[in-house]
Design a protein around this ligand. Structure first.
Ligand code: NDP
Length: 475
């Protein structure tokens, strides 16, 4: 059933202005929503409908300028505003009340999710309603379990959308398309042929005034625990029977369950955390993270996190998966890079320079490329080429696709309750060891490559693997 009524708690926030309103305008332009659709924004601001429409219109001018004016105006016209504190069941109830089902979007600081779900439960939702929660889902495993319990009291699991907009990006979808629709890839998509996978979201952007959120969260919980683990799932999952919600989500959970538990010693050797000191990024002076407005240095929040994981399953034992994200770095590098093992024998001269093949899924900008080695202009010389394809622009922005799924009731791209908990289980040992200061908090200059890399830790199972007897170890 399609829902026509969307309520956004946190309707005056950055997410709403930057992503949700433009996504709705894109849905309107593509004909997915029409005059029957209505949006209610809610927050503690003492605004009325006219004031909210003015704000929404300005946000669309700023963040959705590429969307035709008619579609933007139609979305603004469908919009109303209610003042409500999400911790007050009576105020929450007044916003969601009505006969028609409602999709309730929590575009709120994550610390408010439990109180809001409790207030919605007390207030009651119209039958067949749905709820959408932004990331991060909970602040740790216990928090995610508690939130799941509250949600289970509120609505059936199929009506709960724990969204991660990375899953709706075309290039992320393309990880599955490339793997599963090409005869040449799936047979070599395993640890016999793949040495390492880097899942990287390095950005030149620094804090950009978001200390109120970021300083309580840090790079590990902001990026690695959700977006990057979701990418890991798509890269490493077994081929699902279909892309329906059950098959897809079952296979993703299998990946998370297979991540080897990290001991304190593993965390020391396989993770890094750091925060930036003053420097220059993109031609601008950037102050040290701890000097940014709203940052409390005592929290020791990391702006760079790297975690190396191993999967204990038949397909992946022996491949390293490195998940990494940092702010205020020297260059944007946002990609999944799949590095293949070297060929077992080269009939070229001893000096032949051969690099491993790397298949790269560019996340921003979206692209697909393959690094290959070919014969150079002189016999017996080799040279490296990168074959790169740009991707067609997506028909909908990622948030547009997510909202459409919510309105249509398809949870395939949202995260199931067990999946949300498994994702925390994977990182609990890291969070705990970091909290105990078992891993130093390094520093890197803004605009640099990040903290210097450490030598790779040996894989614990490498010695057991037959393939290492026949293939050169190359990590
Ligand atoms: P903001 O701080 O910009 O917005 C928070 C919103 O919540 C405001 O509208 C605020 O309005 C409202 N709010 C806060 N407290 C209450 C309350 N007690 N009752 C009612 N409303 C309240 O945060 P963002 O928009 O950046 O983030 C929202 C969520 O989206 C977070 O979970 C974040 O992780 C996620 N997200 C954000 C992204 C982004 O780029 N911004 C990207 C991906 C995810 P007021 O204070 O006036 O009540």
């Amino acid at each position: 059933m399609t829902i026509q009524r969307l309520v956004v708690f946190g309707g005056t926030g950055d997410l709403t202005g930057r992503y949700l309103l433009p996504a709705l305008a894109a849905l309107r332009e593509a004909g997915h929503i029409d005059d029957r659709f209505s949006l209610t924004g809610a927050s503690r601001e003492d605004w009325d409908g006219a004031r909210y429409r003015e704000w929404a219109s300005a946000q669309l001018d700023r963040h959705g300028a590429d969307i035709p004016t008619d579609a933007r105006r139609a979305v603004v016209a469908s919009t109303d505003y209610r003042r409500a504190d999400v911790t007050d069941p009576a105020e929450v109830g007044a916003v969601v009340a009505g006969d028609d089902p409602v999709a309730v979007y929590l575009a709120l600081p994550p610390s408010l999710f439990p109180a809001t779900v409790t207030a919605l439960h007390e207030a009651g939702l119209p039958p067949s309603s749905r709820i959408v929660l932004e990331k991060p889902f909970g602040e740790d495993l216990a928090g995610a379990q508690e939130l799941n319990r509250l949600l289970a009291d509120l609505l059936p699991e199929r009506a709960v959308f724990r969204v991660d907009h990375f899953l709706a990006m075309t290039t992320v979808q393309n990880v599955l398309g490339s793997r599963l629709a090409n005869r040449v890839l799936e047979p070599i998509w395993n640890s016999i042929h793949i040495a390492e996978v880097d899942i990287v979201w390095d950005e030149t952007l620094a804090l950009e005034g978001r200390a109120g959120y970021y300083d309580h969260v840090g790079a590990l919980k902001d990026m690695v625990q959700n977006h990057l683990l979701q990418l890991l799932c798509l890269v490493a999952m077994e081929p699902p029977l279909t892309l329906g919600e059950r098959d897809l989500r079952d296979r993703k959970v299998d990946v998370l369950r297979s991540v080897r538990y990290m001991t304190d010693d593993d965390v020391r050797r396989r993770t890094r955390r750091a925060r930036y000191s003053a420097g220059r990024c993109n031609g601008h002076e950037v102050p040290a993270y701890i000097e940014e407005d709203g940052v409390d240095a005592r929290r020791r929040t990391e702006t760079f996190a790297e975690v190396e994981l191993e999967l204990d399953n038949w397909r992946w034992a022996g491949t390293r998966f490195r998940l990494r994200s940092g702010k205020a770095l020297g260059r944007d590098r946002k990609e999944v890079a799949v590095r293949f093992r070297r060929v077992p024998h080269l009939p070229f001269g001893q000096d032949a320079d051969v690099q491993p093949n790397v298949l790269r899924f560019g996340l921003e900008p979206e692209s697909l490329s393959l690094d290959v080695t070919v014969t150079g202009s002189r016999t017996e010389t080799l040279t490296q080429l990168s074959l790169t394809a740009g991707m067609d622009p997506a028909d909908l922005p990622a948030y547009g696709r997510l909202l459409l799924d919510v309105l249509n009731g398809d949870p395939a791209l949202s995260i199931r309750s067990d999946e949300a908990e498994e994702a925390w289980r994977v990182l609990e040992p890291v969070l705990s060891a970091w909290e105990q200061e078992l891993v130093p908090l390094e520093e890197y200059s803004a605009g640099s490559e990040g903290p210097p890399p450490r030598p790779a830790a040996p894989g614990r199972r490498d010695d057991l693997l037959h393939r290492d007897a026949v293939l050169p170890a190359d990590s």
